[in-house]
Structures are given as C-alpha cells and as structure tokens.
Ligand binder design. Sequence first.
Ligand SMILES: [Zn+2]
Length: 514
Amino acid sequence: MASPLRVVACATLLLASVVACAVSSVRGPNTHRASTELPATQEIRYDAPSTAITPVVSSHPGLLRVRRVPASVEARVPRPVPAPPLLELPGLPQVILNIVLNYPDRHLRVTQHIRLVNATDDPWDEIVFSVPPARTPGVFMLDPIAGATMEGTMLTLTMTTPVLPGEPVSITLAYEINIPDVSPTDGHPEGNLGAGERVIQMGDWHPTLVPYLPGLGWQRWSYHAIGDPVIYPIADYDVRLYADPSIVIAAPGVATRQGLLRRYELQQARSFALLASPDYRLLEADAGGIPLRAYVLPGYAGAGQHAVDVASRAILQFSDLFGPYPTDGLVIAQNAYSGSMEYSGLISLSRQAFEVYRGSPQALLTRLTVHEVAHQWWYGAVGSDQVHEPWLDEALARYSELLYYERYAPDLVDWWWAAHFAAVDGAIDGSIYDFDTSYDYIRQVYGQGARFIHDVRRWLGDEQFFAFLRAYRDAGEGRLMGTDDFVTILQAHSERDPAPLIGRYFSAGGLPIE
Ligand SMILES: [Zn+2]
C-alpha cells in the first residue's frame, strides 16, 4: 500500500538566498537546526519520549507476521520536510533522509535533502548521483523533478544556473521504493536492497553523490553485478525513520527515539544502510569503549554472541594495528541472503553463516565477521574506487582476516591459507568489469590481493609493514585512495624499489603472474 503522502520534489539552487522547494519555510539562522526537525504540523503527535532503543521480542518467533501499518502511523507520517537553509557552510556534504518504512508492504517513502558546497575550482552545470535500485524497473520511483535524467543507475540533475566555486547548493529528492524480494540463496550486490521472509535489508538503496574529479567532472560508471559497484565519497547523515513501533531497526550511528520517530546521526559515512525485522533480538557489548549492537533472529543467539565476541576482538586488534576505530559504534545484523556486506558503522552478515554455525573454530561466521569489521577501516575510514580498483579495500580486508587468526587462533593460520588460496592466481588490479562471476572475482581480487599484501609484509618486515598500514590509513582518512597512493606510501617505507614486487601482481607490471 503506497503511503498517502503528497510529496513535491525539486532541485533548488541556493545562491545568496534560501529557497525551500518542497514547502516554503525560510527560517532565521538561529533556527537552522530546528528547521530540519519534524515539520510543524498538527498531525504529528508523539508518544512519551524515550532515548533508549528497546528491542522488540516477538511472541511468535516462528511465524511470519504480516502487519499492516496502523492508521495512526500513516496519519502521523511527516509531510515533506523543507530543505534546510544553508546558513552555515558544511564541511562535508550533509544528507538528511526522512524515511517512512511500511514494513508489511515492503515500501519506502523518502524525502532526501543533500546540501553541499562546491569546493572545487570548476563551476557545476550538473550534479550526479548513483542510484543502484534504479537498475530494476518499478523499484525506484523518483517524483518529477526539473532537469533530472536517469541513465542506467546514474541520476543527473542539470542546474538551471551553474554552481560556482565556493557556492552552496541544496537539493531535495523525493521518491518511493518498492523493495524487491530477496531469497536466502541470493548474494550481493543484487540482493543488497531486498525483503526476505523475516528481514528487510536496505544497502546501497538511496541516491548517493558520486565523486567529483577536478577538471574532469562527476565520475559516472555502469552498474555491474559483481563486487561492490559503487564509489562513495563521505558525507554526514542525519536520518529520521518512521515505522511501526513493533519493527526493530538495525541502523548505525548515534540513535535516539521519540515516539514513532527514530533518529540516527552518522558522521563521515559512505552511505546509510539499515536492516529491519519484527523479530530481531538485540545483543549488546562494548569493545574498548566502542559500543556494539547486534540484531539476530530468534534461535541464533549463540551465533550472534559469537559474532559479537569476534567483532569485539577484531575492533580491539585493528584499532591497535591500523589506528582508532573510525565511527560511532558498530551495528551487526543477521541479514536475509547469503552475502555479507560492509557499510559505514554497520555490517550485514550472511544469514547462511548464522544457520551453519555450530561453534567450529573454522566457522564461516568468524571469517566473515572479521572481514566486514576490517572494512570499517578499509572502506569506511579509507575509501577507494570499488568499481575500478576493488583490490585496494578487498585485499586489505581479506588479509586482515589472517592478522586476526594470527593473534587469536594461530593454529588456524595454515588452515586459512589452505582453505582460501588453493587456486588463486591472476593480476589483482582488474576492475569489476573484468569479471563475469563472483567466484573468479573473489579468487583473483581478494585472494591474489591478500597474497600481494602478504608479500608486501615480508618485503618490508613487520615493523615497517604496520607503520605503512597506519600511514596509509592516516593519509586516506575520509578520502578515496588509489593504487598510486598505495604505491607512493609503500615507496616511502623502504629504500628499495617495490617495482619488481608490484610487477608480480599487477597487469601493468608486464611480468608473469606466479
Ligand atoms: Zn570485502
């Protein structure tokens, strides 16, 4: 059932003055933040405020319960929120997501504001977003908006007047999403946005600014169902979610709740992902001051606790090796498909890994948890072009698995090499377009990539290797790093020429791959 909201979408170029496109509402500078709060409407009423996230425990855990959103929820959903005045220049793009999640209908109604400043030397005639759900007809439906064109998964907004260097711009997008089905055997990236029997997962689901390449323009790419076909610069997210109170939301960032409104603030994030289920149970832990919240389905408390324990150990270890954990807490969520995915402040873990978990030291759940936690550094803190240079984050995330086993289960190190690297070969620097199957992609980019990182470690020695990783993290904090950055920092950590080592693993090296 579609939401009865009437939402007007528009792109508003803000020069000196402020124009609120969806609803006229211009406020003074002191109400800057207030204007982004809930729209003032008599329809909005709240329950008693609560600042705690309370887990909802299903009384019928074995049943798929189909709920209708109560009429009172729909009556209270917000009207379109006016674009906030740009009276302060944000350092990072600011993304405000107002989401109405209709869980039983698998439907989203979203108003999204994006506020940014043209910090480049180029005038912007257009602004471009990546919209992965747009690849499937009938999933992503953008309200009419002047100057918008969709080509593949790239949404281009043509500016009526160029955004000059130093000028701010505020954009409002309004859209609906019909969440497609996802099956337990599906994987990523196709199932990243999907509704399973008991879980809705929302990864790579909202329009996201693409990188801007100075002098070249916005970076566009084609969707390809291999790897992670997205490239995300960081932004600050302020997310307000409305859903039936019985739906448990697994979402990252600083969470507060006020009646039907659940709010999440997440800084320096590459996107905002969440999962939802009426049946989630909450497990909580603390890893050296980093709060962990794990959401698992009934019957998987043991596996969930294992994931929490592994994640806690990995956070402690990687904080020590790579530098401080990069965001506000970590959310772990049992998902609805076979894949596992990293998102800023959240890891979506394979339901399959939970189902086969029997407490074995070699459990798939262990390796996946470590891998996705490592991505909080090698993806979250240090971004990279996951389309054209996916080895950069995947090789480091896979190699981080080995570091975990070395410290916490050294007797499994030989097993780890044997289990995952028997048939590894090929150059590591292919793009996602060079692969037709996830098997080949993972074998070559992850596997051979981890071998390369291991050879880098042997070439540098442990002390210099970990100094190199910390330097790479420091240099890449909040940025999108490239192979050139990696090699430059590597060169700075040795007096020897790394070219022969590079040549063994990179196609451009021109040397045969072992
Ligand atoms: Zn990965």
